[in-house]
Design a protein around this ligand. Structure first.
Ligand SMILES: Nc1nc2c(ncn2[C@@H]2O[C@H](COP(=O)(O)OP(=O)(O)OP(=O)(O)O)[C@@H](O)[C@H]2O)c(=O)[nH]1
Ligand SMILES: [Mg+2]
Length: 454
């Protein structure tokens, strides 16, 4: 630390969003830009700001390290996107910003598997309240109701534990195969040892996966009627739910509660490609998450936090989420003539969540963490160029030569209805320079960092 930098400003940033939204890629590119900062390619503040003395630190006790070197290496040398995240991890680093005269920055960032967000509704709810919440969601949504029908039928019969579990697991398997993201308990989809449900057969998935922590610790939601009729079974499921909440859900959310800022990713292209149901599911999951994280603050909270910043050692300073960057990622997969629409679609989808919170500063960004598709200098409308990642049947293919491909036009506002497949945004292989000190091209990642660090 230089002579004048008398304090360290700690900033904890959580990156949240559904599975495959781009959280790990965003963090990898961000760290790469901080480590090898080039003000011409990553503009902070007025554009003249420089990052100096970047040092990677060990993560806090109890946290595994975000595997930045491995992700960066795989992107460059094997042309591979990072593996999907299977457990929570933290990346910590310290650096100086040329525009922060008296303080250097200690930045801690959290990467979490997207599947766990579906469990957020378990926090602050009893087993009975969670059951009512889940069952109301299923009852009021036709595709969810259809996938869960065998389970709903079982609820109206005289239930046995095994019958209920089998039927609920079959319902969860149907939801996975219908690309529905609201899978809770989420261990059914991604268990605590990191194994992911993969079978294309619902009954195989139901027979091999667990709706809970382990065998003998599984549970399902129970209707009010069943809870009243069968108090013993209810007590067993409630105890298992409680254990699951303590061992799986709370450690996951604990990281986010300690954050000052969040980066919330919503993959707009995926929502468009997956059909109207995905729009509602994303809103529901984010609404549940906001309810438990409770971002924003009162004037008293503001005073307390700022006094804490001045007087307390940084490890003791209170965290409170007061800034949220809502981000539409992968904007390189959208044709430049539609990119402004990305931001307005994002605002429409989740803006209300932020508007309803006092003391919360929210801003909306579109972003490409690793620009991997580009427009031709001259050419047809909505044609991009990149290395295709899948063939026409959706199977992963080996990286080959660059090709032209068509992307859908983005609507100016959300349509009233649309079907899976109405919009197409093909995936591409990452384009990352081989030189280790040359981070990938990015768009707006610098503006996002500026906002969350402010
Ligand atoms: N073209 C392009 N594709 C991206 C970009 N960021 C992410 N992707 C694509 O999105 C996929 C998922 O990105 P991840 O960062 O692994 O997603 P995640 O949110 O960490 O997902 P989980 O680990 O499952 O929670 C990648 O494999 C890429 O195909 C980007 O900036 N540009
Ligand atoms: Mg990830």
């Amino acid at each position: 630390m230089s002579l004048f930098r008398v304090k360290t400003t700690e900033c904890r940033v959580g990156v949240v969003g559904h599975s495959n939204a781009g959280k790990t890629v965003l963090l990898t590119s961000l760290i790469n830009h901080l480590e090898h900062h080039d003000p011409d390619r990553f503009r902070l503040g007025d554009g003249s700001v420089r990052i100096r003395k970047f040092t990677a630190l060990k993560p806090d006790a109890g946290w595994s390290a975000f595997h930045y070197p491995g992700f960066r290496d795989a992107l460059v040398h094997r042309g591979k996107w990072p593996e999907k995240t299977r457990d929570r991890s933290q990346y910590a680093c310290q650096f100086e910003r040329s525009d922060w005269t008296f303080s250097d920055a200690l930045l801690k960032m959290y990467d979490l598997p997207g599947e766990r967000f579906a469990d957020a509704a378990m926090v602050g709810r009893s087993f009975a309240e969670w059951s009512d919440h889940i069952l109301a969601f299923i009852a009021n949504d036709t595709p969810y109701r259809t996938c869960c029908q065998p389970f709903l039928n079982t609820l109206s019969e005289k239930p046995e534990e095994t019958t209920l579990l089998t039927a609920y697991k079959l319902a969860l398997a149907n939801l996975i195969l219908a690309y529905k993201p609201f899978i809770s308990p989420s261990t059914f989809l991604l268990d605590t040892s990191g194994s992911v449900a993969k079978s294309s057969d619902a009954s195989v998935m139901a027979a091999t996966r667990l709706a809970g922590l382990e065998l003998g610790a599984e549970f399902t939601p129970l209707s009010a009627e069943l809870r009243q009729k069968y108090p013993e079974l209810t007590a067993v499921f409630a105890a298992r739910f409680e254990r699951y909440r303590i061992e799986v859900v709370l450690p996951f959310l604990e990281a986010l509660w300690s954050c000052h800022s969040l980066i919330v990713l919503v993959d707009i292209q995926m929502v468009l490609a997956a059909g109207v149901g995905m729009y509602d599911d994303n809103r529901q999951i984010l609404r549940d998450l906001f309810q438990v994280l409770d971002p924003g603050e009162s004037r008293f909270g503001y005073l307390r936090r700022n006094l804490g910043k001045v007087f307390l050692p940084h490890a003791w300073r209170p965290g409170w989420i007061t800034r949220i960057a809502f981000v539409a990622p992968k904007m390189d997969l959208v044709h430049p003539m539609d990119r402004d629409h990305l931001e307005s679609l994002l605002k429409r989808l989740i803006g209300k969540l932020a508007e309803d919170r006092d003391g919360l500063q929210a801003r909306y960004f579109n972003c490409a963490a690793v620009v991997s598709a580009r427009k031709l200098p001259v050419g047809e409308e909505r044609v991009l160029v990149g290395i295709p990642y899948r063939d026409a049947e959706g199977r992963r293919i080996a990286p080959g030569a660059e090709q032209r491909f068509l992307v859908s036009a983005l609507p100016a506002d959300w349509p009233h209805d649309w079907k899976p497949g109405d919009y197409i945004f093909p995936e591409v292989y990452p384009a990352v320079p081989n030189r280790k000190d040359c981070p990938p091209d990015q768009i707006n990642l610098d503006r996002i960092l500026d906002f969350v660090l402010d």
